[in-house]
Design a protein around this ligand. Structure first.
Ligand SMILES: C[S@@+](CC[C@H](N)C(=O)[O-])C[C@H]1O[C@@H](n2cnc3c(N)ncnc32)[C@H](O)[C@@H]1O
Length: 273
């Protein structure tokens, strides 16, 4: 399989890792000592060279990068360390290969995820925040648009929270089969449709729109996110830094902020008309 290797300055390690997470990687390994003052970040965005290249063009910074062919078994060692993530007292996300990793207790729901080459194990703060914010705005029978569905985790959660129909889209082709598989795994496939349809071509309106994507993408998509929202709908955004998000809100004006929560330096914001 193809590893993606970014070479960044020591001072850029954190911001580069953050940007990689929001692009959809599931693990990042730091390797120092390659060249003075720089660090290599080894990760993977799948084996489709053109889609990885276009994802990298969306990064907020220009770092040098290359592909390396690696042994799949080595690149999969993160799986041995994956654990359950609790979202609330009654909801947790479980790596699909960890059977029985959390107690089977009445009233507790589990979302089981096999991420493949997509983002969305449920352990990243932006996903945790998005899941909580999504739950807060859901009402039974709501329709939902999940923009940047990755593993499908938010679309699946929306079904557990009562959605009758969820449309899930992502620019990454890998997200489509992964979301389909995860929807089946969680018994909600009849309520989810998934595609790589660009948001600009989605012409329905939804009670809830959720988008856990990098700030530059949210800004690019701002008009279409607003257009896809029904008149009384809620927009949940994440993938943005708690310290720096006003430029995203400016792009989404006149939508107004109705709720916000932060976790580990990230923020999720709920907006409405
Ligand atoms: C941070 S991941 C979120 C995955 C999952 N929704 C979650 O919350 O864990 C962001 C996803 O957005 C996708 N993405 C980035 N730009 C996009 C765009 N313009 N339209 C649709 N999807 C996009 C990426 O491919 C990636 O799968």
């Amino acid at each position: 399989m193809l590893a993606l290797v970014l070479t960044v300055g020591l001072g850029d390690v954190e911001v580069a890792s953050d940007e990689l997470w929001t692009l959809g990687v599931v693990a990042v390994e730091e390797r120092s000592g390659v060249a003075p003052g720089s660090v290599e970040l080894w990760t993977s965005l799948g084996d489709d060279v053109s889609s990885v290249t276009s994802s990298l063009e969306g990064l907020g910074h220009l770092w040098s990068w290359r592909f390396e062919t690696v042994d799949e078994r080595v690149s999969e060692t993160w799986r041995d360390h994956a654990t359950v993530t609790w979202i609330s007292d009654d909801l947790f996300v479980r790596p699909a290969w960890l059977k029985g990793a959390a107690p089977d207790v009445d009233g507790v729901q589990a979302i089981s995820i096999e991420p493949g080459a997509t983002f969305g194990m449920g352990d990243h703060p932006t996903t945790v925040l998005s899941l909580r914010a999504l739950r807060a705005v859901m009402s039974p029978g709501a329709t939902v648009l999940d923009v940047g569905c990755g593993s499908g985790i938010l679309a699946i959660a929306a079904c557990l929270f009562g959605a009758t129909h969820v449309r899930a889209i992502d620019i990454s082709p890998a997200a489509v089969p992964t979301t389909v598989d995860n929807a089946e795994r969680n018994n909600v496939s009849e309520r989810i449709t998934v595609s790589t349809t660009p948001l600009a071509e989605v012409d329905e309106h939804f009670d809830v729109v959720v988008a856990n994507i990098l700030a530059p993408a949210l800004i690019d998509l701002a008009d279409d996110l607003t257009r896809a929202l029904s008149p009384s709908g809620s927009l949940v955004i994440s993938g943005i830094l708690a310290e720096r998000h006003q430029h995203v809100l400016d792009a989404l004006a006149p939508l107004r902020v109705v709720d916000r929560a932060d976790l580990d330096g990230w923020t999720a914001i709920t907006l409405a008309r």
